[in-house]
Design a binder for this molecule. Sequence first.
Ligand code: CAA
Length: 379
Amino acid sequence: MNFEYTEEQLMIRQAARDFAQNELKPGVIERDEHQTFPAEQMKKLGELGFLGMMVSPQYGGGGMDAISYVLAMEELSKIDASASVVVSVNNSLVCYGLEHYGNEFQKEKYLVPLAKGEVIGAFCLSEPEAGSDATSQRTTAVDMGDYYLLNGTKNWITNGNSASTYIVIAQTHSEKGHKGINALILEKGMEGFTVGPKENKMGIRGSDTHSLMFTDVKVPKANRIGEDGFGFTFAMKTLEGGRIGIAAQALGIASGAYELALNYSKERKTFGKPLSDHQAIQFKLADMATEIDAARLLCLRAAWLKDHDMPYGSASAMAKLFASETAMKVAVEAVQIHGGYGFVKDYHVERLMRDAKITQIYEGTSEIQKIVISRELLK
Ligand code: CAA
């Protein structure tokens, strides 16, 4: 077993760390306050290759491994989880799905600009009544011969307005249940495709989350990913990797909050000595650091399994479960260590605490991760 990173992995981590400090940190509080999408920052991240990190260079990507992706996601998320969720969705859910299950036409037309970061993608599975229960798709894609007629509504779609390319999951043959579901590629501006108002969220406020409405949208058959009825398997396979990205995001939120608390504890004095000289604080820091390390190892293991073409669905669910619970716990402790300062925006930890919460919800709640893990244990 080798715990050392390669030169390349270390370089990517450093590049992400520098970008986060120099480009994401300035203005992160204001973007959160005003719910401003980090458009300029995403453009630069695209140019640096962070939006198609794992895509083969043949399709405009960086050809990097999943370990590098985890390292980059941690660094970006320490500073700005609103930006890192865009990176995660584009890489894991949209680019991965197209590269592994799309055909040549779809890869050339849609994957290449996504991997180069010229456009942003969205993954549209959740519905008003199909969040955790993803097989209950109400959006319909009726087979009309050479196109599908799409009708329905999607909810809580990350990159809902900023995206240009959307992968939409919809029911074609309801009598076949999940085996009748398809994954279709949509373009913004298709007739009948409307982006709903922006959600006013607790956390990751800089990312744009919208509902999407489809009214008689004609989607060419050529835009169906995989065979007829492959859509649910497509969504599940894609989410396996997505959960590594969100686990790494949660890890970054936790380690960002921990680093702020550690530094603050050395500077701030109470009862005549630095906070860090109080054993009550030392114990908190020790617990935080231990759980973060465990979360990091779970993220890296899932990424390593993916890089080695080994099954990683359960490992990614474990990483996401543990890292997101850790993010929430550590961020709350970081606010506590900061005392009153932790409750005001200038010190960043209150934002990290709000951002942490969504990692326990999206790409499957903690309860969904436990379902995925226990099914694997019991099968
Ligand atoms: N790979 C391949 N196939 C899979 C699979 C996987 N990982 N998981 C399930 N399947 C298959 C099953 O084998 C089964 O097929 P068969 O009937 O042919 O055997 C079929 O899919 C249905 O599976 P289940 O019977 O297990 O379905 P279920 O309804 O009982 O539960 C679930 C499935 C795991 C709970 C699933 O619904 C799920 O993951 N829900 C959460 C959805 C989710 O994560 N949504 C996130 C939205 S995206 C997002 O959040 C992005 C963002 O904004 C950041």
